[in-house]
Design a protein around this ligand. Structure first.
Ligand SMILES: *[C@@H]1O[C@H](CO)[C@@H](O)[C@H](O)[C@H]1NC(C)=O
Ligand SMILES: *[C@@H]1O[C@H](CO)[C@@H](O)[C@H](O)[C@H]1NC(C)=O
Ligand SMILES: *[C@@H]1O[C@H](CO)[C@@H](O)[C@H](O)[C@H]1NC(C)=O
Ligand SMILES: *[C@@H]1O[C@H](CO)[C@@H](O)[C@H](O)[C@H]1NC(C)=O
Ligand SMILES: *[C@@H]1O[C@H](CO)[C@@H](O)[C@H](O)[C@H]1NC(C)=O
Ligand SMILES: *[C@@H]1O[C@H](CO)[C@@H](O)[C@H](O)[C@H]1NC(C)=O
Ligand SMILES: *[C@@H]1O[C@H](CO)[C@@H](O)[C@H](O)[C@H]1NC(C)=O
Ligand SMILES: *[C@@H]1O[C@H](CO)[C@@H](O)[C@H](O)[C@H]1NC(C)=O
Ligand SMILES: *[C@@H]1O[C@H](CO)[C@@H](O)[C@H](O)[C@H]1NC(C)=O
Length: 888
């Protein structure tokens, strides 16, 4: 009351106090009622001055609420009462869980200038009453479940500047009056069901900056009007049924940076005026029926980063002028009728990362200096008429991830230098050429390569046993060549279909049905073991590989994700979080959590990069806040192996079984969602992160003091969790400090156990031939057994224990050439270092007690990491030894 009097006094000069009190009491009652309905966090409580409540801003005379921001509060309930706040100018209800129809009474808010209802679940149609909001400048209804047409009444919104309707289920067509809005700058209606033509006056009355209508059913031409005032910056019309050509007037928009018109039915030639679009960075017009030449005028757009004209009817040569595009990163011209050679000038594009000219009629040869483009990661030239030899210099393209030269007329031999391209992972395809000679043994150095195809050439000689260094190989094809001799004993070879080796008269051994004579020699097997053992040591030592790759799918997914992220970064309007994938299966195993978990919200959360917590070998982890307030971690499986899709029911049964596995130190799934080819696993959110973060990122959390007793308890907990897993005959596939999660009390929970169950290669549930876990934790015997075993788990656990004792990473350049943490610790005596010098001195110097315990634990870690699997203790024994240390 004192407060009211104070203000009445203050303002009585120009407002009658009774009027003020009356107005204030009016909003007071409304806000109390709103709070009763919505229970807004922080409202009410002690303070009767609602102008201080969170999210509320009152007008100058403090009489009425002018601005109300209730975004991101997971609110639901009836918002009709908001229409009583007559002074409201700014209302943001985005990111909540409101559902039902948008109340027509909101049309009473005659002062409203900004209305954001996006990212809710509003359904029904858009109320025509919103057309009475004469002062509205910004209307955002995107990301809801709205249906029906855009109501004609909205044409009353004459001041509208920003109009966003994307990601709903709106149908009908885009009304003509949108083109009459004289202030319109932003119009988005992507991901709806809108049909008909784009109004041919759109943009003629106002300075349109952004037009995004992708993923609708729009037909008819791209209207000239959108370029008329020359202010367009972003144009996205992908995935419609648009016809006609790209208007020449596009050249009037020099500030246009992003043009995406792919996946339509556009025809005709590209206008030469594109050369005037000086800001152009991103031009994507793939999958249309565009024809004639690829215009050389693109070369004038010096900022051009991506040019994608794939799958059209372009003919002629690749313009040599493109060599001027020093910022070009991706040039994708596949699936056209281009001919002529690869212009040498292209090699000037120093930033080129992807060159895809596949499926054209390109002839000539591969330029010797192709690797002058030192950033090249994708060189895709398959299905052309390229002649000549593969240049030896190809080995200089050290960043290549994919090399596709199949279906050309290449001659000569395979240059051994290809073995230098250590990053090659996605594919090496040389099939359907005229290559001859032997397979170079150097190919065996490509330890990340997942797919190798040399089929349909005239290659001869033995398949070199060195190819057993292809540790990540999954797909292989040697068919229809002149190979002879035994097929080397190597899991990926024997697991391949025999068609991968057919058409070679001289080959024998598994998987072919023809047995070999005794020609292999007595020492054959053990020789190979030694070789591949050395190779894996070299790999581990080289510090190049971070992960052993899992499947083609994993890699393709990762690559695609990376690209999409890059594309998104270049194009902030296309935020990707708007699609609504259809859930095909999903369940929450824990009865009393069913209410609190919303599977749609789970999916939505994983579509936003900002929710990503980290990435493991097999999955990415996201944080998902449920509308109920419950916080989950959601694991998105990266290695969505095709077989998992096909064995969905089996997978679901496994998950249910795992959810019943009761042990305090195991992170069990509480539910799952499957959509498209993605599987999401739900877990409780653990706020303390991972053991990895605790050990190696503690600078980021200064409140954390290294503390040996905590570490010892964690070590015991992890050991107990693993001992239990082994007891129920589950082998963990990826033990690492990054997979040990910590709950609020620093109790450790071993994560990623599902993966072990779902991807267990020995059970044939997945086509994975090389699952080994994270780099630095891989037991040495893996090199020749290719099997993860219980003693292998003990080794990996030993590495985690060493990490806790030394606070060092499992691999670090500091350890010297070829060494990892285990070798570094084992070789301490030869360096003249005492065990004390290995331990983290911040811990070992605190007290004699701690030091004694740490030295004892170091002994256990050394036992666990013994190079002979049989000498390592069982997990159960490890638990006992550590508990004994703790008790003494
Ligand atoms: C209400 O007052 C109590 C005690 O003064 C304080 O602890 C609490 O934070 C206040 N609540 C709000 C919402 O201001
Ligand atoms: C409060 O001030 C606004 C202008 O800021 C004015 O339009 C409104 O009439 C005033 N309210 C009352 C109750 O006088
Ligand atoms: C919301 O509340 C208003 C009164 O404030 C009432 O008329 C309306 O029926 C309610 N709507 C729903 C969906 O309950
Ligand atoms: C508010 O809107 C409702 C529904 O549109 C209408 O019936 C009512 O008369 C309006 N009230 C005022 C005060 O304008
Ligand atoms: C809704 O659109 C307005 C206007 O473009 C924008 O300012 C606002 O950030 C958008 N809301 C969300 C949640 O993106
Ligand atoms: C638009 O959607 C509504 C509701 O879903 C439906 O009744 C109507 O027939 C649709 N109109 C058109 C033109 O498809
Ligand atoms: C749009 O404006 C034009 C001329 O400015 C006018 O002829 C037409 O009737 C208007 N259309 C609508 C739907 O308001
Ligand atoms: C707009 O583009 C057309 C066609 O290219 C051209 O004739 C016209 O001069 C341009 N207008 C302006 C203002 O640049
Ligand atoms: C090219 O990009 C740079 C950096 O984004 C920018 O400063 C420059 O203005 C752009 N050039 C043109 C012609 O738009």
């Amino acid at each position: 009351m004192a407060f009211l009097l104070f203000f009445s006094f203050l303002l009585s000069g120009f407002i009658s106090s009774s009027e003020l009190v009356c107005a204030q009491l009016h909003d007071q009652a409304t806000l109390s009622a709103i709070n009763k309905e919505l229970a807004v966090p922080g409202w009410g409580a002690n303070n009767s001055d609602y102008c201080t409540w969170p999210g509320i801003i009152c007008g100058l005379n403090r009489s009425m609420v002018e601005k109300l921001d209730l975004s991101h509060l997971e609110l639901r309930g009836n918002i009709t009462l908001l229409s009583e706040l007559k002074g409201l100018k700014w209302l943001d209800l985005s990111y909540n869980s409101f559902h039902g129809s948008i109340p027509s009474a909101l049309g009473n808010l005659s002062e409203l200038e900004f209305l954001d209802l996006s990212l809710n679940k509003f359904g029904g149609s858009i109320p025509p009453e919103l057309g009475s909001l004469k002062n509205l400048r910004s209307l955002n209804l995107s990301n809801n479940l709205l249906i029906g047409e855009i109501p004609a009444e909205l044409q009353g919104l004459e001041k509208l500047q920003d109009f966003q309707l994307s990601s709903n289920r709106l149908n009908g067509s885009i009304p003509i009056w949108v083109g009459n809005l004289t202030h319109l700058k932003i119009f988005t209606a992507y991901e709806n069901d809108l049909g008909g033509k784009i109004p041919d006056n759109l943009g003629s009355a106002s300075e349109l900056h952004l037009l995004n209508l992708h993923s609708n059913q729009l037909d008819g031409p791209i209207p000239k009007s959108i370029f008329a005032l020359g202010k367009l910056e972003i144009l996205i019309l992908t995935q419609n049924k648009l016809t006609g050509g790209l208007p020449e007037e596009i050249g009037n928009c020099s500030g246009l940076s992003s043009v995406r018109i792919g996946n339509n039915n556009l025809i005709g030639s590209l206008p030469r005026s594109v050369g005037n679009i000086s800001s152009l960075t991103y031009f994507e017009a793939d999958n249309n029926n565009l024809s004639d030449e690829v215009v050389s005028e693109f070369a004038k757009c010096s900022n051009l980063t991506l040019l994608n004209l794939a799958s059209n009817g372009f003919t002629g040569k690749i313009p040599p002028e493109f060599g001027q595009l020093l910022n070009l990163q991706e040039l994708i011209l596949s699936g056209n009728n281009l001919f002529g050679d690869i212009p040498e000038s292209i090699l000037e594009c120093k930033n080129l990362n992807k060159l895809d000219l596949s499926n054209n009629r390109i002839n000539g040869s591969i330029p010797n200096d192709i690797c002058n483009m030192s950033r090249l990661q994708y060189l895709v030239l398959g299905q052309n008429s390229i002649r000549g030899e593969i240049p030896h210099q190809i080995g200089n393209c050290v960043k290549l991830l994919e090399l596709e030269l199949g279906r050309n007329y290449l001659t000569g031999t395979i240059p051994p230098e290809i073995g230098h391209i250590k990053n090659l992972q996605i594919a090496l395809n040389l099939s359907y050429n005229h290559l001859h000679g032997a397979l170079p043994p150097e190919l065996g150095k490509l330890d990340k390569l997942v797919s190798l195809d040399v089929s349909n050439n005239q290659l001869s000689g033995n398949i070199p046993s060195q190819l057993k260094g292809l540790l990540s190989l999954i797909d292989v094809d040697f068919s229809n060549n002149l190979f002879t001799g035994p097929i080397p004993t190597f899991v990926p070879f024997q697991k391949s279909p025999n068609s991968s080796f057919m058409g070679n008269k001289g080959l024998c051994g598994e998987p072919l049905n023809s047995l070999c004579g005794n020609s292999g020699g007595p020492d054959h097997q053990s020789y190979h073991h030694r070789v591949s053992y050395r190779i894996i040591l070299a790999v581990i030592g080289s510090g190049l590989a971070v992960f052993i790759s899992v499947t083609v799918v994993v890699l393709l997914f990762m690559m695609r994700e990376k690209q999409e992220r890059a594309a998104k970064a270049a194009d902030p309007e296309d935020d990707g979080a708007n699609s609504h994938p259809t859930i095909v299966a999903g369940n929450v195993f824990v009865e009393n959590l069913r209410q609190a978990i919303d599977l749609d919200a789970v999916v939505k959360a994983t579509l936003k990069d900002s929710n990503k917590l980290n990435s493991g070998t097999f999955s990415s982890i996201y944080k998902a806040v449920m509308p109920s307030g419950l916080v989950l971690t959601v694991k998105r499986l990266k290695s969505m192996d095709r077989t998992i899709i096909h064995h969905q029911n089996k997978m679901i049964r496994e998950l249910e079984r795992l959810s019943k596995l009761c042990h305090d130190n195991l992170e069990r799934p509480i539910g799952f969602v499957i959509y498209e080819d993605v599987a999401l696993l739900l877990h409780h959110y653990l706020p303390n992160g991972t053991l990895y973060q605790l050990l190696h990122e503690s600078t980021k959390q200064p409140e954390y003091e290294p503390n040996w007793p905590t570490r010892l308890s964690i070590a015991i907990g992890v050991a107990e969790g693993l001992a239990f897993l082994h007891h129920v005959a589950i082998i963990h596939l990826d033990i690492s400090s990054g997979n040990v999660l910590l709950d609020a009390n620093f109790r450790p929970l071993v994560g990623e156990i599902e993966i072990s169950k779902l991807l267990d290669p020995s059970r044939g549930t997945a086509s994975i031939s090389a699952v080994a876990g994270s780099f630095g934790y891989i037991p040495p015997e893996y090199a020749y057994t290719m099997q993860v075993t219980a003693p292998g788990n003990v080794y990996s656990y030993g590495v985690v224990l060493l990490e806790m004792l030394t606070t060092r990473l499992p691999v670090d350049d500091e350890f010297g050439e070829g060494a990892d943490l285990v070798k570094w610790v084992q070789s301490a005596p030869t360096r003249g270092e005492t065990p004390e010098q290995i331990l983290d001195s911040r811990l070992s110097t605190v007290s004699f007690g701690w030091r004694r315990e740490m030295l004892a634990a170091l002994k256990v870690a050394l036992l666990c990491t013994d190079s002979t699997p049989a000498k390592r203790p069982k997990m159960k024994k490890v638990v006992e030894m550590l508990q004994e240390i703790k008790q003494n």
